[in-house]
Ligand binder design. Structure first.
Ligand code: NAP
Ligand code: SF4
Length: 668
């Protein structure tokens, strides 16, 4: 069979070693890095991905000194004991012919602890701790600590290191005038600011010899003010290459940048062009990254000459078998990362173990195991939203006979609605995955069938995943013709030019985007809207944002007095808030709803009464569970499991639904 991905799946000769393909699993902190006792779990995690065909993997960041920690007692590579404990990880990868790099990351002023050190004592806007400026002697020692970490990585059996020189961590802090006001040999001019990474690479190469990969993650777009110019970036890259870099990986945006770089609404492959610019300036291979999640897109980037390899972190977290599925023409079986961040980065930032919303086994490879069943049962699943879909395919995957009932004429439930929100178009891929897996795993799907107690009573066990219905708040006039539920709106009911949204949870924000924006935003428009430009025209690639004319006047409302969107995802909420604010949405909190009539929506805010003269009111006031089938079935002696929104509607999300479904599937 000829591969559809001839470049992506072709080997890459690095001189002393050969990568089996061009797929790199980018660095991502899973929280399994921090304690040596968790390394066997980390080994299982990387081992599965090596088995799944990934060419080169990069661990989460390991600090070269304790003061370079990301957080207290977080991962570091500073002693022989650390190195020896990592053997289990490197052995698990090599057993399946994969290669793995240890990422060396000094957090600098991004460290979340009081002992941070930086190029200067300037505090970052995203951490509460002011760093101490490294003394000249401490700079020397810190440079050497990178080389020591690399030597230890070699002792641990790693194939190389990735030196983290982007995202605003210590190396970036040395490079940019915004964070480096030193007057010694490590600051003052662009050439002196570059000395730190150049020395890090030179001493690392000296420490590890030629038969070891030194990948450097270079910041190609800082996306902050007072950043490096493109000419400086190119000069840095050339110097680093001379100092011994084997591969350049792409870094986009400091963590404090106010431009989204990885969330769902960032267009696919949005930054490959800037990797292409670097590729013209250096002779070692370059790696493209950010928002690349499908094999066809990865192949296209390589075929267009924009990069030599493609890095994906979350997509390979979502599916350990991504490469093998692509290679075997089973692309529709790939669990495509939808860039939601809900179970991965949001977890990391909350100090929890990273996993995947769509694949709860991820990061729990040794704990959540779905083995073939020894007792095949006839099982019914009622409801084909995320919970029911996940339960059906995982139960069938274990060998059970599964019938899936769905009242609508399509699968998807609430997820189907999410897929129609601009910026969330990729959610449709999840539905396609489930549609396909229903066939692959032989689930009997009965669409347009609202299951009754009689339909279900004959099965050995029944899973109730009938989901939720929108809550209708008790507001006088809520039955006025201008009132729609979010479901009716997204299903196609027309809205006027002036709209009030009742409820500012995840769905209220989504409805705001639905009312204001078009789907499939072209990359150029997205770049203008967020102020991203060619770094040759503005240092760091940061330009003035171009305001987009709003299609409607929208008011977003809640009763609580806290900031709107406060409970949205840690790493995505700010993007939703900024998008709606930039589109002129009025946000009101502490609202009391009085009535809805021809005039509009009558409110009290504080002690002031007012009327919002709107044509449409959209209800996004949460949901209530639908589980009427459960009790009658139990009364007839059937074993019933209630999962997802049918179980608990409050703060329901697909992450909880799919996790609960998968855990249930492992247990029947
Ligand atoms: P939600 O997050 O629970 O929000 C419901 C909203 O309705 C709240 O703002 C609440 O605010 C308001 N509300 C509740 N009862 C009300 C009542 N009786 N009258 C008037 N207002 C009322 O629910 P959701 O927005 O439906 O979202 C459901 C789930 O999907 C959530 O877990 C959410 O995180 C998830 N989701 C996430 C995203 C994302 O971007 N990550 C996107 C979509 C959905 P007040 O009580 O203050 O008025
Ligand atoms: Fe991708 Fe969301 Fe899974 Fe993270 S949780 S890997 S962003 S699908």
């Amino acid at each position: 069979m000829t591969s559809r991905y001839p470049t992506l799946l072709s080997p890459l000769d690095l001189g002393h070693t050969v990568l089996r393909n061009r797929v790199v699993m980018g660095s991502m902190h899973t929280k399994l890095e921090d304690r040596l006792s968790d390394l066997p779990k980390l080994a299982a995690y990387f081992g599965e991905r090596a088995k799944g065909g990934v060419g080169l993997m990069v661990t989460g960041g390991y600090a070269p000194t304790w003061r370079g920690w990301l957080a207290p007692f977080a991962s570091r590579m500073t002693t022989g004991r650390h190195a020896d404990a990592h053997r289990v990880v490197t052995d698990a990868v090599h057993e399946h012919d994969g290669k793995i790099l240890l990422q060396v990351l000094h957090a600098g002023r991004y460290g979340y602890h009081p002992f941070t050190q930086g190029a200067s004592s300037r505090k970052s806007p995203i951490t509460p701790f002011r760093p101490r400026a490294l003394s000249t002697r401490q700079v020397e020692r810190t440079v050497n600590s990178f080389a020591r970490a690399a030597r230890l990585a070699k002792r641990a059996g790693y194939d190389g290191v990735e030196i983290m020189g982007s995202e605003g961590y210590l190396i970036n802090q040395f490079l940019a005038a915004r964070t480096n006001d030193r007057t010694d040999a490590w600051g003052g001019s662009a050439a002196k600011r570059m000395r730190f990474p150049i020395e890090v690479v030179r001493r690392t190469r000296d420490a590890v010899g030629d038969d070891f990969i030194v990948q450097y993650r270079i910041s190609l777009l800082d996306l902050v003010d007072n950043a490096q110019s493109w000419a400086e970036t190119v000069e840095l890259a050339r110097e680093l290459q001379t100092a011994g870099v084997s591969l350049f990986n792409t870094g986009i945006g400091w963590h404090e940048a106010r431009v989204p770089t990885i969330v769902t609404s960032v267009p696919p492959g949005a930054f490959a062009w800037v990797t292409g610019k670097l590729r013209k300036e250096v002779s070692v291979p370059v790696v493209a990254s950010n928002r690349i999640n499908r094999p066809e897109a990865a192949e296209q980037i390589l075929a267009a000459g924009e990069a030599d390899l493609v890095s994906m972190a979350r997509p390979l977290l979502a599916d350990a078998e991504w490469v093998v599925k692509a290679a075997e023409g089973r692309e529709r079986e790939i669990i495509t990362c939808i860039a939601c961040n809900q179970a991965c980065l949001d977890h990391t930032f909350q100090n929890q173990r990273a996993s995947c919303l769509l694949n709860p086994r991820s990061g729990r490879e040794t704990e959540l195991v779905l083995l073939p069943t020894r007792t095949v049962k006839d099982l019914a699943v009622a409801g084909a939203g995320p919970a029911g879909l996940a339960a059906a395919i995982e139960l069938a995957g274990r060998g059970h006979r599964v019938t899936l009932f769905e009242a609508a004429d399509q699968i998807g439930g609430q997820f189907k609605l999410a897929a129609r929100v601009p910026g969330k178009e990729e959610f449709a891929r999840t539905l396609d995955y489930y549609r396909h897996m229903i066939d692959v795993r032989g689930v009997t799907l009965r669409l347009g069938t609202r299951a009754t107690v009689d339909d279900l009573a004959g099965f050995d066990e029944v899973v109730i995943a009938t989901g939720v219905r929108p809550r209708i708040p008790e507001i006088p006039g809520v039955d006025h013709p201008k009132v729609l539920t979010y479901q009716q709106l997204i299903d196609g009911a027309p809205a006027g030019d002036r709209v009030a949204i009742i409820g500012a949870g995840g769905i209220g924000f989504d409805v705001g985007e639905f009312l204001l924006h078009e789907p499939h935003e072209p990359l150029d428009d997205w770049m203008r809207r967020w102020g991203v430009t060619d770094p040759e025209t503005a240092p760091g690639g940061l330009a003035t944002k171009v305001k987009v004319e709003a299609r409607r006047q929208v008011h977003l409302l809640q009763r609580k007095t806290t900031a709107l969107g406060k409970d949205l995802g840690k790493t995505t909420g700010w993007v939703h808030r900024t998008t709606l604010k930039d589109s002129g949405v009025t946000m009101l909190r502490g609202v009391e709803y009085r009535r809805i009539d021809d005039e509009g929506l009558h409110l009290t805010v504080g002690d002031k009464e007012q009327v919002l003269a709107v044509d449409t009111v959209v209800l996004c006031a949460g949901q209530t569970s639908v589980r009427e089938l459960a009790e009658p079935l139990r009364e007839r002696g059937v074993t019933v499991h209630v999962i997802g929104g049918a179980d608990v509607a409050a703060e329901l999300d697909a992450k909880r639904a799919i996790k609960q479904a998968t855990e249930l599937a492992a247990s029947i």
